[in-house]
Design a protein around this ligand. Structure first.
Ligand code: CU
Length: 525
């Protein structure tokens, strides 16, 4: 037991060791738990990616049985989305939002604990589903019927795991919305909030909107499998295409759930290292809101080949392209923030600029996929794989790295190694492009996704892609080393870590140690 002083100045006994982490209601502890969990899941999902790339290294080899390969692709997708990227952003939210708005902690501290501890349960269920008859193949991470309405108990375990991940997300979002709307320090009006807080407020609303839709889809698949319903079974009067509509009504906004907090982080980092306030703050807020709103009206661009009326195809094509407008506003604003700034290129800034460059490539290939006649050609090919990995790896993951390096000194009290950080960036940048750029060519040439073997004509690019992927995977071990080194010691971080003084004054307030959130809310100038 350790004696701790709470926000009211009262002293309490607090558990130590494992019980501290199991029972914690402190936003910083819970943020740390989220971040450690998501880093572990990044390596589980990464291990699966290495298996996929090993199988695809050469045509004709059989490192993984075809069924195991299917399970690998399914679990890689689910673990990266629900286990790695989403919890990482909630971890950032836990650490940063109370500090940035001057709140003593999250609004619902015990709910916060429960939201986190659901995650290891869900992850365990998902991972063990792999070892159970039937595996977790079930037609990919999107679990389309009729494939997902057949198969063994592994699929049921996978579906239940998704339910639990969803519960955790909904509870986390409710907590974030309530904290931001009710617990800002006096004077912190909505339009004064740091951009990261804005991006999370909008993300949380999006989560509360679409997660229950996913839960509905999952529930219907579960009852189709176990209770004799026919929601998605044509023989019983149901419609398998209906599943795709419901799934993607969740699935497309989900893409933005993973990327909007990234927009927030990039806005903070670019401003700090350009030593200028963020250009176009108000337009940035409206652009994020517009992207979130539009993302709810584009879902059928994932299903152009299912047999849709031309009017439907046209609507979803134009609506999808419309998202490029607010996204363009953001990229313009970041560029204008850097324009004539007194820029320096520490690791967070390198990852932020890398993010912008590569995310724009992913955005452009997204517009390409949005064009119906093109999409009909590239549907289910490696072109789509290349597109969304540009958005999610050099998008979400690079922004997570930018944010991690940016706030590590604040979180740990120590500086990370700048030299190693730069190595991490450049190796990631090079290997990422080697791994994924060539997949555009493979896709355009017609290589299908989710197939463990391929024609000889695809051999060269696949070998290059696999080498890049192995390099990228190994490089991420360097990140773990840098973080551990930083947590354990090193140069003490200054109260004001970075020299830029921007809209971020809030994060530069000296941060008390865990269990010692702000004794009194900071005063707004
Ligand atoms: Cu989409």
């Amino acid at each position: 037991m350790a004696v701790i002083q709470d926000v009211h100045g009262h002293t309490h006994d607090h558990p130590t060791g494992i019980m501290r982490w199991l029972t914690t209601t402190n936003h910083k502890d819970i943020g740390t738990l989220y971040l450690c969990f998501s880093l572990a899941m990044l390596f589980v999902g990464g291990f699966l990616a290495m298996g996929i790339r090993a199988e695809l290294f050469m045509p004709g080899i059989q490192i993984l049985e075809p069924e195991v390969f299917n399970s690998f692709t399914t679990l890689h997708g689910l673990i990266m989305v629900f286990g790695a990227v989403m919890p990482a952003w909630v971890g950032f939210a836990n650490w940063q939002i109370p500090l940035m708005i001057g709140a003593p902690d999250m609004a619902f501290a015990r709910l916060n604990n429960w939201s986190f501890w659901l995650l290891p349960i869900a992850a365990l269920l998902l991972i063990t589903s792999f070892f159970v008859p039937g595996g977790a193949a079930a037609g990919g991470w999107t679990f389309y019927p009729p494939l997902s309405t057949q198969g063994g108990i592994g699929t049921d375990m996978m579906l239940f795991a998704i339910h639990i991940f969803g519960m955790s997300s909904i509870m986390g979002s409710i907590n974030i919305i309530t904290t931001i709307l009710n617990m800002r320090a006096p004077g912190m009006t909505l339009m004064k909030m740091p951009m990261f807080v804005w991006s999370w407020l909008i993300t949380a609303y999006l989560l509360v909107l679409v997660m229950p839709v996913l839960a509905g889809a999952v529930t219907m698949v579960i009852t189709d499998r176990n209770f004799g319903t026919s929601f998605f079974n044509a023989a019983g009067g149901g419609d398998p295409v209906m599943f795709q509509h419901i799934f993607w009504f969740f699935g497309h906004p989900e893409v933005y759930i993973m990327i909007l907090p990234a927009f927030g982080v990039i806005s903070e980092v670019i401003a700090t290292f350009s030593r200028k306030p963020l250009f176009g703050y108000t337009s940035m807020v409206y652009a994020i809101a517009a992207i979130a709103l539009l993302s709810c009206f584009v879902w059928a661009h994932h299903m152009f080949t299912v047999g849709m009326p031309v009017t439907g195809q046209l609507f979803f094509m134009y609506a999808t392209m419309l998202i490029a407008v607010p996204t363009g506003v953001k990229v313009f604003n970041w560029t204008a923030t850097m324009w004539r700034g007194s820029m320096t290129f520490e690791t967070p800034m390198l990852f932020a600029i890398g993010f912008i460059v590569l995310f724009v490539i992913g955005g452009f290939s997204g517009v390409v996929c949005a064009i119906v006649p093109v999409d009909v050609q590239v549907q289910d090919t490696y072109y789509v794989i290349a597109h969304f990995h540009y958005v999610l790896v050099s998008g979400a993951l690079f922004a997570l790295f930018a944010g991690a390096y940016y706030w590590l000194p604040k979180w740990t009290g120590h500086m990370y190694s700048e030299t190693l950080g730069k190595w991490h960036f450049w190796l990631s940048m090079i290997f990422f492009n080697v791994a994924f750029f060539v997949q555009h060519f493979l896709g355009l040439a017609g290589m299908p996704r989710r197939i463990p073997d391929y024609a000889l004509q695809f051999a060269d690019f696949n070998m290059i892609s696999s080498i890049g992927a192995f390099g990228f995977g190994l490089t991420q071990l360097l990140f773990v080393y840098i973080v551990i080194k930083c947590v354990r010691g090193g140069e003490k971080a200054a109260d004001k870590t970075w020299e830029g003084a921007t809209t971020l004054e809030w994060t530069h307030l000296p941060s008390p140690a865990p269990y010692h959130s702000f004794e009194t809310p900071p005063v707004v100038k």
